[in-house]
Ligand binder design. Sequence first.
Ligand code: AMP
Length: 286
Amino acid sequence: MTDSITTIRARIQDARREAEARGISSPKVVLVPTMGALHDGHLTLVDHARTLGDVVVVSIFVNPLQFGPNEDLSTYPRTLDVDVAKLAERDVHLVFAPTAAEMYPDGNVGTRVVAGEAGTTFEGRTRPGHFDGMLTVVSKLFHIVSPDIAVFGEKDRQQLFLVKRMVRDLNIPVEVHGVPIVRAEDGLALSSRNAFLSDEERQSALTLSRALEAAVAAEARGIDAAVAAAQSVLDGESAIELDYLAAVNPDTFGPVDSGYTGAVVVLVAAKVGSTRLIDNRTLAVS
Ligand code: AMP
């Protein structure tokens, strides 16, 4: 593990050379960006990364730039030693865990990536500036690591959409791969923020995945019926504070209208106690 940009670049160079020495002519570097507090969702991304390339780099950085003033930056779970051990068990030794000072030596960035219109809806509406901060740090990580491939989870579906769009818009030479959501046995999407939930809140949190399950069960009856089915599950749980439930076209992240057929992503976000959770499922609406 290193917190230094210079060191991680040098180690990646060494790893590329070692792979070449093993007979791999153009070794592929795969980056998995995370904020740490690693769970099986993150580790699935790491496993997927290994199937895609030769040198796997995991970054761990709780990026202050993507947290709003009233958000959980100071309390966000930080478990660096455990994270590094989990990655070592999976034979990942190229771990980049910079300090905020290493990433933002001037205290703040002058130049930022702006997510544009699609960064102001859903998560972006509730968390103004979040996606600009996220894209800025992802762009910095791309420049630091120079990966051939980067792996992101579908759990953060709008993030994945915006990263793919940034890469296209700014001609960044990296392939972006999405990995399906990893869930607990009871259906709850794994999240570092689940650590904040009491037992009772965790039960209430299951409403999100159950609502999406209801949407999937109703997909044959059209998008309106699917969203209504999800809404009625959410309406039945007073302990959650719904932020949004929406159906979007995965190619544009724009809303779909009643008659729409094809792939639709149903998004949900809600607060359970003071913890904000998000989830989504992809429907095939016919
Ligand atoms: P985070 O540490 O929350 O920023 O997440 C780092 C990466 O892991 C992001 O690309 C997330 O979408 C992904 N991720 C987080 N939770 C899950 C999950 N349950 N299943 C799949 N990917 C996930």
